[in-house]
Design a protein around this ligand. Structure first.
Ligand code: SF4
Length: 407
């Protein structure tokens, strides 16, 4: 028999927090905005369960407490050729002559989308590589092909680095580039390329200047100004400080205050296998992930949806994220290539996703890309087909490698 334990009774509230973190949480739950300094204090001194309980309380105030959502879609990478060679990336091939380099044909993209629809999918997330030899017309043709061939599928595509590269290549304004892509069928833009939105961190993990924080913001702010929705992501655990992580929160919250255009906040952790940073930075494990997720939910009081990352953290931590501020588990990932190349091999079927959510105590609900609920009828509703190309802007016939490092 074990000896009698010298512990007293459990307190009514878990009180293993410093007075300061207790005070910060009380103020935040009373509706006060979290300051950057207080967010850093919570990351440094906050106790995991206290942070989770506070974040969950906020999540329940913003979204149906009984429901957790997910989406059936597919990440399609139209090319793996990329001029940027980021140190944290295991996916890219440096040029089109590399034996493993590819650009998907439209037929192949169509086959993948049809497979997605057959599995109950409602959207695709379409991204490169930033392939310097593809002309602007390639993107217009690809989007128009998808939207005319698959009018019920939501096209969530590109990322700030790709859009910014197209701006440099064409020398058009950001507004013209995005407007033209939208006219061809682009419906919303994922938050990719954010990494940590603090330029000293960005420079450290890049090989070439890709998209500085101000340019990432410009892409999203311009898209929002055109009435498009985008998502905000953060890849953390790449050797950044808490202050730099919170700076990223600040950039996103400030932009959301100005535009309200982000549908969701999606923090996820860096996976290092096969990358140039493997073994060189302190990556984030489950504890750090959940703590950061919770504090970000508290900080980003103006973003309604927060996505839990089961893809990089595995299904069990993904499930736990629903108690730490997440109201959604994202995609079942029929296909994903980028973090897969870096060692994150998690996959899930729709029944497994539903089981994961219901085992955590929530009703699973399939949603579409912009978080509209996915009832049977909505998936069959065609999205308007884009008009023919207006032809008011010049068509650029080639890429522009020389612009890569000059951002
Ligand atoms: S992370 Fe994106 S931009 Fe960077 S090398 Fe990989 S594919 Fe290219």
């Amino acid at each position: 028999m074990s000896a009698k334990r010298p512990y007293g009774p459990l307190p009514a509230r878990i009180t293993l927090v410093s007075n300061r973190t207790d005070e910060i949480l009380d103020c935040t739950l009373a509706g006060e905005r979290l300051s950057p300094e207080d967010a850093v204090t919570l990351l440094r001194e906050g106790k995991l369960l206290e942070l989770g309980a506070a974040a969950n309380h906020v999540r329940e105030g913003k979204n149906d407490p009984a429901v957790a959502t997910y989406i059936v879609d597919r990440n399609i990478n139209y090319t793996n050729v990329c001029v940027y060679r980021c140190k944290f990336c295991a996916f890219y091939r440096p040029d089109s002559k590399h034996p493993e380099a590819y650009v998907l044909s439209f037929d192949e993209i169509g086959r993948k989308i049809q497979e997605t629809i057959d599995l109950g999918g409602t959207g695709v997330l379409l991204q490169g590589g930033v392939h310097a030899e593809l002309p602007f017309s390639f993107y217009e043709d690809m989007f128009r092909f998808i939207r005319t061939s698959f009018p019920t599928i939501h096209l969530h595509a590109l990322s700030a680095p790709e859009v910014y590269f197209l701006k440099k290549m064409t020398k058009w304004s950001m507004r013209d580039v995005i407007a033209r892509l939208r006219e061809a069928g682009l419906q919303s833009i994922p938050g990719g390329g954010a990494e940590i939105l603090e330029d000293s961190v960005r420079r450290r993990v890049w090989s070439l200047t890709k998209v500085p924080t101000a340019k990432w913001v410009d892409v999203h702010e311009t898209a929002h100004g055109l009435g498009m929705r985008t998502t905000a992501t953060m890849m953390f655990g790449i050797g950044e400080t808490y202050e730099q992580r919170v700076e990223h929160f600040r950039v996103v919250r400030d932009l959301q205050d100005r535009t309200g255009g982000f549908t969701a906040w999606i923090p996820w952790t860096f996976v290092e296998e096969n990358t140039a940073l493997d073994g060189k930075v302190e990556t984030a494990g489950g504890f750090e992930y959940l703590k950061t997720l919770a504090v970000s939910r508290l900080y980003l009081d103006n973003v309604r949806h927060v996505q839990g990352s089961w893809v990089t953290q595995g299904p069990k931590i993904g499930q736990t994220s629903l108690a730490f501020g997440a109201d959604d588990l994202g995609s079942i990932m029929i296909e994903e290539n980028v973090v897969y190349a870096a060692g994150a091999r998690n996959r899930m079927t729709q029944p497994e996703m539903r089981r994961l959510i219901s085992d955590a105590g929530y009703e699973p609900m399939q949603r579409r890309t912009l978080y509209d609920a996915c009832k049977d009828a909505c998936c069959a509703t065609p999205i308007p087909v884009p008009k023919e190309r207006a032809g008011t802007l010049p068509v650029v016939s080639g890429g522009l490698e020389s612009e890569v490092a000059s951002a």
